[in-house]
Design a protein around this ligand. Structure first.
Ligand code: HEM
Length: 528
């Protein structure tokens, strides 16, 4: 069921669909337009991300059920089969989004979705599933290299799960964007190529695969079949490295001709094969259903316990804009801790209403963000809400998150205005410190209340599994007239490059547990 919350998909759903949102920079934006980038001349993010996904997948052995999209490429960047800056550039770009709720392998797969979507201007939208598991070290080698012969390439693709026809198609799909960079392949593209081009990020001497390098289209096939191709892997001066020539002719030229003849056939073939490519994972890894945008999704929320014995629920809802029909009639109906209906609340509108749109066509719906400030007696509290949305024709529909309402627990809540980010210098090293105060309802029932910040298990590894670093929290006062107790705890980073991974507050005891998870450091004031 497509309901909220869902730890496996919530973060990824946000990155996939909220492409131009007012809260944080979008990953997709960098692949749009396909030609633009902050990289050296001749390089583009879309092309790099597609190649990155293929090289990550290429170490798969589908028969043995190993490898696939597992981010093992980050441990394999120094291999001769992986030349060029593209893999490091891709890693640098996606690593900041690597969390307990978004594996690097899932991010790499999403990079391919953005590359294909952005470069095809929305003509090809790869369905996206989550759940890939990151490798903890390198896999066996397996990426095809241009100087290898056809038999070697065919065997490598079979190992990856693709027959000869599929190999031809997949290579054509990959080599419709980007090109061969002379700095990395001087034996294919002699360095320097006249005329020399310089730019702010340098020139890495690229010869593109086709004349529409920034379009994910069938031009690479059309030019190949017409014998007027600039593709250095097809007609380059170095015959040994003409791997595209050998591969495109592997079936006598049948498949590449069909791809050249019809853009629709090309697009459908690439959609099918690239989807299979990003979903190549060991059988032990279970991918989720294809991610669909939630019609209504709590985007940000917090609950403050006030001195006047009330709670302020601050809630930002993300709503598919077509549901609202241009208006903002969307009434939130909170439900108390015991299940009683509380007064309905309209959105607060100050200034312009925030929206989010796609970076390329067909990526998904546009959204409207509505803010709510809901005041509730602390004694009643909140457990969930539903929302009544009235569309442009005046019809009202209730959204109840698949029947149960949207859960919002007030049992454990960080109080951001009482929390701080600071630094502490230990042995000359400046370390980050997070000081969190949380309000806990009926705290007597818990034996342990702690602040949890996930951190890399190995700071010297490129990536490593997360470990939960746990800092105890201690009672620091009661909020008079309520059943809330404040708990305070501090987490000190163990390393100067500690990532600001979202934090949890967890209360456990013999009668059960309660938590507030995945809180953003950005909501905690920084104090010098
Ligand atoms: C026999 C199989 C293949 C060989 C020998 C091969 C070889 C190459 C070479 C030598 C380059 C130039 C890289 C650089 O200069 O940085 C390249 C670029 C590229 N390849 Fe392949 N490739 C193969 C299959 C694929 C497949 C299956 C895909 C994806 C589906 C793919 C996607 C790309 C992309 C997108 C680029 C452009 C990268 C950029 O411009 O930064 N390749 N390939």
């Amino acid at each position: 069921d497509n309901v909220w919350p869902n730890e496996a998909t919530d973060e990824l759903e946000k990155m996939l669909f909220e492409q131009q949102n007012p809260f944080e920079s979008s990953l997709a934006t960098f692949a749009v337009p396909c030609s633009a980038s902050g990289l050296a001349i001749g390089r583009g993010f879309g092309a790099e991300w597609i190649r990155n996904a293929y090289h990550d997948m290429a170490t798969a052995d589908v028969q043995a059920g190993t490898g696939g999209i597992d981010a093992s490429i980050v441990f394999e960047k120094d291999r001769p089969e992986n030349p060029g800056a593209g893999f490091q550039e891709t890693l640098d770009f996606f690593r900041p989004r690597y969390t307990t709720r978004s594996s690097l392998a899932d991010l790499f797969a999403m990079g391919a979705v953005f590359g294909v979507g952005g470069c095809s201007n929305g003509n090809i939208i790869l369905p996206y599933r989550a759940g890939r598991v990151d490798a903890t070290g390198p896999g066996p080698s397996g990426v095809p290299e241009p100087q290898e012969d056809l038999a070697t390439h065919t065997a490598k693709f079979v190992k990856q799960g693709f027959n000869t026809t599929e190999m031809i198609a997949l290579v054509a799909c990959g080599h419709t964007v980007g090109g061969v960079h002379g700095v990395d392949f001087p034996e294919i593209v002699p360095n320097p190529q006249p005329p020399p081009v310089t730019g702010p990020f340098g020139n890495d001497n690229t010869v593109f695969f086709d004349t529409t390098t920034s379009n994910f289209d069938n031009q690479v096939a059309r030019e190949f079949v017409a014998n007027i191709s600039q593709n250095p892997l097809a007609f380059g001066h170095n015959e040994t490295t003409r791997s595209d020539f050998r591969i495109f002719n592997a079936d006598g030229g049948d498949m590449i001709s069909r791809m050249a003849e019809s853009l629709d056939f090309f697009s459908q073939t690439c959609a099918t094969l690239l989807e299979r490519m990003i979903n190549t994972v060991p059988p032990s890894v279970k991918l989720t259903d294809v991610l669909q945008p939630l019609p209504v999704k709590p985007r940000k929320w917090s609950i403050d316990v006030n001195a006047d014995k009330t709670l302020t629920v601050s809630l930002t809802l993300r709503i598919v804009d077509t549901l609202l029909g241009g208006g903002i009639q969307a009434l939130v109906k909170p439900v108390s801790r015991t299940g009683a209906a509380l007064p309905a609340t309209s959105p607060v509108v100050i200034g312009n209403i925030s929206t989010s749109t796609c970076d390329y066509p067909n990526c998904g719906p546009s959204f409207v963000y509505l803010d709510y400030s809901i005041n509730i007696p602390a004694e009643q509290g909140i457990s969930s809400f539903t929302i009544d949305i009235t569309d442009g024709s005046g019809k009202t529909t209730t959204y109840n998150n698949g029947g149960t309402g949207f859960p919002l627990s007030d049992a454990v809540q960080p109080q951001m205005s009482l929390s701080t980010q600071t630094t502490k210098t230990v042995n000359g090293v400046t370390l980050q410190q997070l000081n969190v105060t949380a309000a806990v309802y009926n705290a007597d029932q818990y034996t342990n209340i702690s602040l949890i910040v996930p951190q890399p298990s190995n700071f010297s590894a490129t990536i490593s599994p997360w470990v939960a670093e746990v800092a105890p929290m201690k009672a620091s006062g009661k909020i008079a007239g309520t059943n809330y107790t404040l708990y305070t705890g501090s987490w000190l980073a163990s390393n100067e490059s500690a990532p600001q991974h979202p934090f949890d507050v967890l209360a456990t005891g013999p009668q059960g547990s309660a938590s507030s998870t995945f809180n953003s450091w950005g909501d905690v004031p920084f104090v010098l």
